[in-house]
Write a protein that binds this ligand. Structure first.
Ligand code: SF4
Length: 413
């Protein structure tokens, strides 16, 4: 088991750059009780019902025949290499599960020999877990671009979620930084998975006893900051993938300078974490707030504002649409007000069927009144107490943003 643990340490460490779930970093020694936990390999993810679940996050192997410039596991990198056999993966997962460390598995891999050979091993691991060990926990399996459709079909029946990482959102960046990957070879399995999910849903409506295919859907990941793409391009690519392949999530991963290359940003640059955060916020607006990418950002100013969240930034650029009367406008219009979220918009709509919503009700409904008051009227009255000019509202809300930043903001907008 010690040898397997050493392999696990290497492969869990190698998996940490995939952000589909975040590492917990938890370490707890067994001092006077049962069990202990190691800091590597355990990460947290969220189920569709909002539950936080802990996953064992590992690579099948970090021996890669590809040479993606940004990757610590690329074939030309000097790093400790290891591979786990399917039986080892199944045993480790079951051991961790029995000790209550994890509720599921996140299994990815480098490309050992070729995509199909690697994915055969992944399939075997999942078969052992599901069929031999009767493991019913959550499994997220990464599909390597170029994997044959037959293998994807088998893996999709055993895994709850499957994902194909796009990594870089343009053919030219892939050519430069991941020369063995082609955009078409990434998008084509996404399309196949999308069609299989639809086909499976139809079959399950007609016949009983059909297993779910990727019941928790598919997702992808994009690296931010390793290549030249701006937020406009990234957000539009995400929107297209949500629309075309019905992805459950696009994950954005701020580029970590783990290797140096003249093709990459200088290693001293800090990871663009704020940019990553703004992209997640904008992504949320695409998925739950009925925004379109080109409303949030346009080519004349192709990066999201780092000082303001995308919804506030949009609202301040569109003050001609405000204030709106919360007792009259649609659910979709309510969602556009800074400080009003999905739940509070729903509560407003439900409440006003009974009686008009009054200003004093707003805080109790979960609305962030100190933001929303500049964009709404309540029973015809405006409570913002200042003019509707965007500069004035921005100063009132964010006095900490200094004059120089404000100038930059207005220049860009
Ligand atoms: S395929 Fe590219 S990104 Fe994936 S492990 Fe190999 S070198 Fe890294």
């Amino acid at each position: 088991m010690n040898q397997a643990l050493e392999k696990l340490r290497i492969l869990a460490d190698a998996a940490k750059y995939d952000v589909s779930c975040a590492s917990s970093g938890l370490e707890r020694k067994n001092s006077n009780g049962i069990g202990n936990s190691k800091s590597f390999g355990i990460c947290h993810s969220w189920a569709s019902d909002g539950r936080c679940i802990s996953l064992l996050k590992i690579l099948l192997t970090n021996k890669c025949v590809y040479n993606c410039v940004y990757c610590v596991n690329r074939c030309s990198a000097e790093t400790k290499r290891a591979s786990l056999e399917p039986e080892e993966i199944a045993q480790i997962t079951i051991e961790f599960y029995r000790r209550n460390y994890i509720e599921g598995l996140f299994l990815s891999s480098a490309v050992e020999i070729n995509p199909d050979t690697t994915m055969e091993k992944m399939l075997k691991s999942l078969q052992l877990l599901r069929e031999t060990y009767s493991f019913n926990g959550y499994i997220h399996a990464k599909i390597i671009p170029g994997t044959s459709s037959g293998l994807i079909n088998k893996i999709g029946i055993l895994a709850d979620r499957i994902s194909v990482n796009i990594e870089l959102p343009s053919e030219s960046s892939l050519q430069l930084l991941a020369p063995q990957k082609k955009l078409s070879a990434i998008l084509s399995p996404m399309d196949h998975i999308h069609n299989k999910i639809n086909e499976n849903n139809d079959l399950r409506k007609k016949f009983k006893g059909i297993d779910k295919f990727a019941g928790a859907g598919q997702s992808t990941q994009m690296i931010i900051g390793a290549s030249k793409e701006n937020d406009y391009l990234i957000l539009n690519a995400a929107q297209q993938m949500y629309h075309k392949f019905h992805l459950k999530r696009v994950y954005y991963s701020a580029y970590m300078p783990v290797v140096s290359s003249s093709l990459l940003p200088v290693p001293s640059s800090p990871p663009p974490l704020k940019r990553e955060n703004r992209l997640y916020q904008a992504d949320w607006l695409l998925r739950f707030y009925f925004f379109k990418a080109d409303e949030l950002i346009d080519l004349s100013s192709p990066f999201l504002d780092l000082d303001l969240d995308p919804k506030m930034s949009w609202a301040l650029r569109n003050m001609h649409q405000f204030p709106i009367e919360i007792n009259r406008v649609s659910y979709e219009e309510l969602l556009r007000v800074p400080g009003i979220g999905v739940r509070s918009a729903y509560k407003i709509v439900a409440q006003r069927r009974r009686a008009a919503v009054k200003y004093e009700h707003l805080a109790k409904m979960g609305i962030v009144v100190k933001r929303a008051k500049y964009f709404i009227t309540c029973c015809g009255k405006y409570y913002g107490k200042i003019s509707l000019k965007p500069e004035t509202i921005k100063n009132a809300l964010f006095p900490e943003i200094n004059a120089e930043q404000q100038l930059t903001f207005w220049d860009r907008n």
